[in-house]
Design a protein around this ligand. Sequence first.
Ligand code: SF4
Length: 388
Amino acid sequence: MQQLQAGGGDSRAAAEKVTKLIHRVARDVDGIVKIMDFCGTHEHTIVSGGIRSLMPENVELVAGPGCPVCITPAFYVDAAIRLAMDGVRVYTYGDVYLLPGSEPPGSSRPRTLADARAQGADVVIVYGIVEAIKHYRRDPKESVFIAVGFETTAPALASAVVNGRLPEKMTAINVHRLTPPIMRYAFEAHRDAPIRGVIAPGHVSTITGAKAWEFVPREFGIPTVVAGFEHIDVLKAVLLILLMLREGKPRLVNEYKRAVTWEGNTVAQRLINECCEVVDAAWRGLGYVPESGLAFRDKYSKYDALKQYGIREPTPEEWRYDLPPGCRCAEVTLGLAKPTDCPLFMKRCTPGTPYGPCMVSVEGACSVWARFGGGGLAESVAKSLSLI
Ligand code: SF4
């Protein structure tokens, strides 16, 4: 809400107007309206703006699986650590650098890539594959890039692979995951108290296009809005969902037309498709989700670090629960628990000392709630708007 106010009189007035409309329309909608956001940046917008505290009593905003770092299985972190300790240089995003693998806290063996570097391994933090390649060209060495992300980051890796820009001695651990399959999974997880509205991920939609979410209203009857990341975007998305519920006409609405088209980035889509095939893939704490991951096609297997180093991924039958004891990230990721429901939140687990994966990335729900105070930050502002 601080940012809402900082946006100036127009932003504040618009937010106030939309929020009042939300309250008015919500009165005409029966029951609890559970709306899920599927993007860590939306959760950041909601929490940093105190938007939850502006909602009517019957509107509940829940965070979904929108943080790729949070859902990266421990197996891949362990594999990267092992390679680093064996003398291979590992390129990593800054948040993956701090992501715990399966080693318990306090172990003498490295639990994170940061630990591995502290023990002498060659681990280099980069913004992405392009920077990793540039670094490699300055200082060539057998290297692995740990490629974590959703549809948004996959095109950069795919472009490097398909266009032959990956250096000879550089391979990648491909941990890219796809958003629509996990959305279906989340709907199933909430079947006892169904999700009634979806705020679809804005960044992912720039690649997939709004069309990726057409199945949500069609198959599940759930109003869906592709939204931007300003506070007013999220408020408008909530209002649009409520209006569709009041009308009884679930549809897909693209509120983020300034960045998202219906078709999306077709060049990026072609690159991903050329480079990778869709496979069943594991999500941290959740296990295997059908057709939810990207794997290098056979013709690009020379870039596949796991294949090149003979590291075999666990099969669905071999997969083991991979969250540290007591961590509730699986439920937090699916919106079945709030970060504050975890007894370790801001005790054993803080942004400075993350115990579980949802506390590591700035997009992780636990990290966002820890840094911005959960849903109650803007109560005083909501009161001043006569909304509560
Ligand atoms: Fe896991 Fe920490 Fe979040 Fe608890 S507070 S669910 S331990 S990340």
